[in-house]
Design a protein around this ligand. Structure first.
Ligand code: C2O
Ligand code: CU
Ligand code: CU
Length: 482
C-alpha cells in the first residue's frame, strides 16, 4: 500500500485524528480557532452598453496555506483557492467568461441556476486548457444561495477537492427583511473536509473506497480552525456543503435555537426554528442566528449513523462584539416561492440507486439520453436507495420533498430544493418542477452528489423538449468525449 492508499483506507475505517476538532464529542479549546475566517470577495461585473453584466472567472493553480505555515498547491477561480462570490438579481442579463488556465480540460456548472442546457456547464460544455467559455442567460428564479463548480465527467471529485468551487447568490425583492450586507450580516460558509499529508497538502484518493474522501479537518471558506467576529445582533449565514462526501449535522455548542429561512432553491414560507440542521454534499441552507454582546460560541457537526457523517468536529468559533448593532426581528413570513403541486395525473419516474456507480442498473453514458421531459412539466420522481448513503441532485429544476419512506420531511427542509439526502434502504418522493428551455440535443444531469459516485457513473441525462414531441427525440447524441 502506498501512502495515498493508506490515507484513503484510514479515512474509511474512521481512524481520524483530531485537530481543531474532537472525535470524542468533548469540546475543543476555543483558543484553537486562531485564523480569521476568509470571506470570498464579491466578483464585480463589467456592465455592457446593453446592460448585460459580464463576470470573468479564470480557473488557475496557485499556492495556499490550508494549514497555517504550510503553503501547498491548490486550484481556484481568480485566485489560488476557491472562487469569488457571484451576486446577481432576478431580471439581470448576465454573461460569464470562464477561462481555463489549468493543464487539463474542465467545465463549470452553475449548480442551482435555471437556464438553457447549453449554458449549464455540465460534462458536455468542455473548456479545453487555454480556452474561454461564455455562457449567458437572464436570471429568472427566486432568491437562492447557489454555487458553481467543475463537472468534467470522471474528474469532478478531483477538481472540486483541489479547490474549485464558489458561491452564486441570487437576490430578489422578496428578501428585503433579511440581513443582506455581504460579509457583515450576510456571510457565506463553504464547508469542506480535507485530509492532509505531512506537508499540508490535501491528500487521499477521491475515487477510492465506498465514498472517496472523508476528511478529518473541516475547513470553512478554505480557512482551517477559523473564527468570525460578528458586529450585528443577527447574522444570516448561507451554508453550503461543498464537500466531496461528508454529511454535516450542524448545531451550536450551547444548542441554541436558530432559524432556517431558506433551502437550496429558495426561501421558506416562514422561518423555522431548529437547533440542528443536516446537509449532504451540494445542499445549501440559509439560517438566521442571534448573538448576545460579548459572547463566543462554537459551530459544530455531530456524527450520525450513515458512514458519511462519522466524527464530531468543532468547525468554527463565532465571537460577538461587546456592542452589537441591533437587527430587525426574524420576519414572521417570508416571500418564498409558491409550493410545487403535481397534478393528479402527473408522470411518475422511478430511479434506483445501485451500488455506487449506476442508476436503474445503468452507468452514466454521455451519448445516451435517459429521460425526455416536456417543458414546464411537474412530475413525481421517486428515488430508491438500496445500500449505501446517497443523495440526489437534479440540474435546472426546483423540487419539493413529498416524503422520505412515506413520512413528511422536517419542516425546515420542506422548501424548494435541488439536492436531497436519500438514506440507505429508503425511498424519497419528489414533486419536480421543470423549466421551459427546450433543447432535444443537449442534456441536463441528475446524479448522486457524493462526487466519488457521480464520477463513477451514478448519473443520468435528461432533455427538456416541446410538449408533444417526446417520442420524436433521438435517444443517442453525439457526445464528444473528454
Ligand atoms: Cu453540483 Cu451536477 O452538480
Ligand atoms: Cu447542478
Ligand atoms: Cu451516492
Amino acid at each position: 500500500m502506498n501512502r495515498r492508499q493508506f490515507l484513503a483506507t484510514a479515512a474509511l475505517s474512521g481512524l481520524a485524528s483530531a485537530c481543531g476538532s474532537s472525535a470524542s464529542g468533548a469540546a475543543s479549546d476555543p483558543a484553537a480557532f486562531r485564523t480569521e475566517l476568509r470571506v470570498p470577495p464579491l466578483l464585480q461585473p463589467k456592465v455592457d452598453k446593453d446592460g448585460t453584466r459580464r463576470f470573468a472567472l479564470t480557473m488557475q493553480r496557485g499556492r495556499t496555506e490550508l494549514l497555517p505555515g504550510k503553503p501547498v498547491e491548490t486550484w481556484g477561480f481568480n485566485g489560488p483557492h476557491l472562487g469569488p462570490t457571484i451576486r446577481a438579481a432576478r431580471g439581470d442579463r448576465i454573461r460569464m467568461t470562464v477561462t481555463n488556465r489549468l493543464d487539463e480540460a474542465s467545465t463549470v456548472h452553475w449548480h442551482g441556476m435555471r437556464l438553457p442546457a447549453k449554458m449549464d456547464g455540465g460534462p458536455h460544455q468542455t473548456i479545453e486548457p487555454g480556452a474561454t467559455w461564455s455562457p449567458h442567460w437572464t436570471i429568472d428564479q427566486p432568491a437562492t444561495t447557489s454555487w458553481y463548480h467543475p463537472h468534467p465527467h470522471g474528474e469532478t471529485a478531483e477538481h472540486v477537492y483541489r479547490g474549485l468551487a464558489g458561491m452564486f447568490i441570487v437576490g430578489d425583492r422578496t428578501e428585503a427583511e433579511l440581513p443582506g450586507t455581504y460579509g457583515i450580516d450576510d456571510v457565506p460558509l463553504i464547508l469542506q473536509d480535507k485530509r492532509f499529508a505531512e506537508n499540508g497538502s490535501p491528500t487521499g484518493d477521491p475515487l477510492k473506497g465506498t465514498f472517496g474522501i472523508l476528511g478529518d479537518h473541516i475547513l470553512v471558506n478554505g480557512t482551517h480552525a477559523p473564527f468570525l467576529n460578528v458586529r450585528t445582533e443577527r447574522v444570516r449565514f448561507r451554508i453550503l456543503n461543498g464537500s466531496n462526501a461528508r454529511m454535516y449535522h450542524l448545531s451550536f455548542a450551547d444548542r441554541r435555537a436558530f432559524h432556517i429561512v431558506g433551502n437550496d432553491a429558495g426561501l421558506l414560507p416562514a422561518p423555522i426554528q431548529v437547533d440542528q440542521v443536516s446537509l449532504t454534499p451540494g445542499e445549501r441552507v440559509e439560517v438566521l442566528v442571534t448573538f448576545t454582546a460579548g459572547e463566543q460560541v462554537l459551530l459544530r457537526t455531530l456524527s450520525g449513523a450513515d458512514d458519511i457523517d462519522e466524527g464530531d468536529f468543532d468547525i468554527m468559533k463565532i465571537v460577538a462584539a461587546r456592542r452589537l448593532t441591533a437587527s430587525p426581528r426574524p420576519p414572521a413570513r417570508l416571500a418564498g416561492p409558491a409550493p410545487i403541486v403535481a397534478p393528479p395525473n402527473a408522470k411518475v419516474r422511478r430511479f434506483r440507486l445501485n451500488g455506487h456507480d449506476a442508476i436503474n442498473g445503468k452507468e452514466m453514458d454521455m451519448s445516451r439520453i435517459d429521460e425526455v421531459v416536456p417543458a414546464g412539466a411537474i412530475e413525481i420522481w421517486e428515488i430508491e436507495n438500496t445500500v449505501y448513503a446517497h443523495n440526489f441532485h437534479i440540474h435546472e429544476v426546483a423540487f419539493q420533498v413529498l416524503a422520505v419512506n412515506g413520512e413528511k420531511p422536517p419542516a425546515y427542509a420542506s422548501g424548494h430544493k435541488d439536492t436531497v439526502y436519500v438514506p440507505p434502504k429508503s425511498t424519497v418522493r419528489l414533486a419536480v418542477q421543470f423549466g421551459r428551455f427546450t433543447d432535444p440535443a443537449t442534456p441536463y444531469m441528475y446524479h448522486c452528489h457524493i462526487l466519488r459516485h457521480e464520477d463513477s457513473g451514478m448519473m443520468g441525462q435528461f432533455v427538456i423538449v416541446e410538449p408533444g414531441t417526446e417520442n420524436e427525440v433521438p435517444r443517442t447524441i453525439n457526445a464528444h468525449h473528454m
